[in-house]
Design a protein around this ligand. Structure first.
Ligand SMILES: [Fe+2]
Length: 193
């Protein structure tokens, strides 16, 4: 499946980091998941941004991804679960609609991919890279101001609202990333505001 106009902020390295973090969260959460659930979690991590409306038509992306997933040696239930997870896990979907109530046995996979994606969002330079992609017309100062605004409005509020209530065991690593981001944003505010 072709990566649709995806820039460095959401590339395969991001997907691999999300998969690694989801596996790590799985290892510390205190309960085991089946191989079937782990496969869904990893596939969701590696595909979760392929149908993002920032980069492609969502329905077209989901259709192409469904075709690819169907070619894999996994069950149709797993295919539908991956598509359901990636179509409902984004920060914007969760803040608008809440968590899906019909995840059943895929709930752990869903939250570990979702939280892993949020933890990767603490990367200041990744956020700047997206601004460069989305707003090449902006001056460097304006891009950094946009990064500051995005972090203060969204990334620095996600720990208490969307990580700890569901995955409290993620606190040490998530709070460490959060605290690093707070320091970086304070520095950037001193430079650009
Ligand atoms: Fe992502």
């Amino acid at each position: 499946m072709k990566l649709q106009n995806i820039d460095v902020s959401h590339d395969h390295f991001h997907m691999a980091r999300v998969a690694d973090m989801a596996l790590y969260l799985n290892s510390i959460c205190g309960k085991s998941i089946s191989k079937e659930e782990e496969d869904v979690m990893i596939l969701s991590a590696f595909t979760h941004d392929l149908c993002d409306r920032k980069y492609t038509d969502v329905e077209k992306g989901l259709s192409e991804l469904r075709t690819w997933l169907t070619s894999l040696p996994i069950s149709s239930e797993q295919v539908l679960s991956v598509l359901h997870i990636i179509n409902t896990m984004s920060y914007s979907k969760v803040t608008k609609y809440g968590y899906p109530q019909d995840l059943g046995k895929w709930t752990t996979a869903y939250h570990h991919v979702r939280v892993a994606d949020l933890i990767d969002a603490y990367d200041i330079h990744r956020c700047y890279a997206y601004q460069e992609h989305a707003h090449p017309e902006m001056a460097e100062e304006e891009k950094w101001k946009a990064v500051i605004e995005l972090f203060e409005r969204r990334m620095l509020t996600q720990l208490d609202a969307y990580i700890l209530p569901v995955c409290p065991y993620a606190e040490p690593i998530a709070r460490s990333r959060h605290d690093q981001a707070v320091k970086a944003i304070e520095y950037l505010k001193g430079v650009y505001l």
